[in-house]
Ligand binder design. Structure first.
Ligand code: AMP
Length: 194
């Protein structure tokens, strides 16, 4: 937490509850929540050019190109002083993680903690199918879900080692009610800070 900055990442596979925990934690710690998935869905809703391009990629379950995502995050971070942010769904690739470090370095900030929500695959699929029925997200169908899991395992999961090696990784059991998981997240972050 240098110079009043605080940067926390929420990581985990699709369906792990990143969005819910990001909401709760951002409110608790006074952080601005930046969700790249929500930003992209907003572009789709507003019918922007980026939205049109992103929709096809999101519906397929693969990743939007790094340069687009990094540009989006940079524009948001540029508005913040100090940088007090909870990043949900970013970084998702090693290129994004390196770009984030470089961006933060430019502000005199750094990643303070990366929280991993741990949920087994059967539970993830069950949740995502439930979310598809409730929210009607067009990327919550079985084929896309399977693709998103695969993309997570191949491209994003290696980042856990990256943050683990820096002793920034905080792994939390993500099974339970939102409040139960949140209590664990807060407790784990407290230990980290101690
Ligand atoms: P999410 O809401 O985080 O599950 O993201 C939904 C979809 O948006 C993903 O499946 C990707 O297609 C895209 N997306 C979100 N964040 C990123 C990111 N950091 N890098 C690349 N694509 C992303």
């Amino acid at each position: 937490m240098r110079g009043g900055h605080e940067v926390v990442l929420l990581m985990g596979p699709p369906g792990a509850g990143k969005g819910t925990q990001a909401n709760l934690l951002a409110a608790e710690r006074g952080l601005v929540q930046l969700s790249t998935g929500a930003m992209l869905r907003d572009h789709v809703k507003r019918g922007t050019e980026l939205g049109a391009r992103a929709k096809a990629i999101m519906d397929e379950g693969t990743l939007v190109p790094d340069d687009i995502i990094i540009g989006m995050v940079r524009a948001e971070l540029d508005e913040l002083e100090p940088i007090r942010v909870l990043l949900d769904g970013f970084p998702r690739t090693p290129v994004q993680a390196a770009a984030l470090d470089e961006l933060l370095d430019g502000y005199g900030a750094k990643v303070d903690a990366a929280i991993e929500l741990v949920v087994d695959e059967a539970e993830l699929v069950r949740r995502l199918v439930g979310r598809a029925e409730q929210e009607g997200r067009s990327d919550d169908n079985e084929e896309t879900i399977r693709k998103r899991m695969q993309v997570y395992l191949e491209q994003t999961r290696p980042l856990l080692d990256y943050y683990g090696e820096q002793r920034k990784l905080v792994s939390v059991d993500g099974v339970g009610t939102a409040q139960e998981v949140f209590q664990r997240v807060v407790a784990a972050l407290g230990e980290e800070a101690a």
